[in-house]
Design a protein around this ligand. Sequence first.
Ligand code: AMP
Length: 210
Amino acid sequence: MRLILLGPPGAGKGTQAEVLVEKLNVPQISTGDILRAAVKKGTPVGLKAKAFMDAGDLVPDDVIIGVVKERLTADDCKNGYIFDGMPRTIAQAEAIDEQGVVIDMVLSIEVPDDIIIKRLGGRRTCPECGIIYHIETKKPAKEGICDGCGAALIIRKDDEAETILNRLETYHKETEPLIDYYRKQGKLREVGGEFNIASQTAEVFKVLGL
Ligand code: AMP
């Protein structure tokens, strides 16, 4: 199964990807996670990506296309994968088509902007292990501390208020056209993102026929 998760930042793509990884036994390929790891390590990709990410802008297509091409050569991609946060532009979608990658289904998680703003504003992230929390809906056992590794939680730079608005604008302009791109290919499946996590997962399984 080669699946794409599409949706605005904070739609719940990462959360649903984690469940789908278990269910389908294929890896999650999150370009956001790959880029954050590259920034942390200070690799050439990380150095190129950092300023774009901090501002809530998209990292240039050629960087993303290179990163994804390399990731797809790994052994664990043989039986499929779940793209989370990729493609984000028509050019990226065309690049994966040109690489001969056949996508089976595209799941679009649709969430209104006002809900996204609330969600991302309350998001807290573990800088060490990447686990994501929310100050209202997914609290850690001890306030401000990661359940997984005990590190102090942070607000990701791109979850700051003004950056969120830019990320949403970028989503509508650059990424939303992909909904039509994949609808035309007959691959689009759609779910709303306003449910709680468990009912959203049930809905996701239903529309994907799992
Ligand atoms: P995410 O964790 O998916 O929200 O990604 C965080 C940031 O990484 C985004 O705001 C972009 O700056 C960058 N990014 C992640 N994936 C892509 C992509 N496919 N194309 C361009 N930029 C990306």
